[in-house]
Write a protein that binds this ligand. Structure first.
Ligand code: GSH
Length: 202
């Protein structure tokens, strides 16, 4: 059986647990106790030398990086499909997944990590403001791309939408008010059963 090393508060891990639910893939979950620095323990570093979650283990195959894991799951468990069938649609989904990480995921981390886990006096306010500006610029572009459509690529839910979901969850904590199409899209994504079942407690 697949084994997923993850943490329930981890946005990147949540991408994978959501995909498992969307695809109804049975798996064993192993919580990496990050507060106890288990992600820095030699036994975990032997699996993932970067010491990050998630890490997927499929028999003797070990894979880290959430988007790589999502693509692996898609290829291994193709139904229900979470990528478009056509080459152009897949390329657009690839681009959206990459842009999520370049323009939103890292910046969200810069804001929410201190806000969730650090005392206020240790927050880097300049870095937080810069990250917020970058996310707002990105969401303006996504707003134009969404237009009147329900999902980011094509006419149905794909890995591109899934990748954004854990980060959209934190728009209120980041004090970012999404433009209307992004707000509706975000609500649509966050109300899916896979999102509701994996919503972090903190
Ligand atoms: N690019 C990685 C990012 C994973 C990541 O940064 N995970 C965080 C938790 S949300 C982590 O493990 N941080 C611990 C660290 O960097 O030491 C992915 O997509 O899987």
């Amino acid at each position: 059986m697949l084994k997923l090393h993850y943490h329930p508060f981890s946005t990147y891990s949540r991408r994978v647990t959501m995909a498992m639910i969307e695809k109804q893939i049975p798996y064993e979950s192993v919580i990496v106790d990050m507060a106890a620095r288990e992600h820095r323990a030699p036994s975990y570093l032997a699996l993932n030398p970067y010491g990050r979650v998630p890490t997927l283990v499929d028999g003797d195959f070990v894979l880290y990086e959430s988007t790589a894991i999502l693509n692996y799951l898609e290829a291994t468990y193709p139904s229900p499909a979470l990528l478009p069938a056509d080459t152009r649609g897949r390329a657009q989904a690839d681009a959206a997944m990459k842009l999520c990480d370049l323009q939103m995921s890292r910046q969200t981390g810069t804001i929410i990590f201190p806000k969730r886990f650090m005392p206020k006096e240790r927050w880097d306010l300049a870095a937080i403001a810069q990250a917020k500006t970058e996310i707002e610029k990105h969401l303006a572009i996504v707003e134009a791309q969404l237009g009147a459509r329900e999902f980011l690529v094509g006419d149905r839910y794909t890995l591109a939408d899934l990748c954004y979901t854990p980060f959209l969850q934190f728009l209120p904590l980041m004090e970012i008010s999404a433009p209307p199409a992004v707000a509706a899209w975000s609500e649509r994504l966050l109300s899916r059963p896979s999102a509701l079942q994996t919503k972090p407690a903190a």
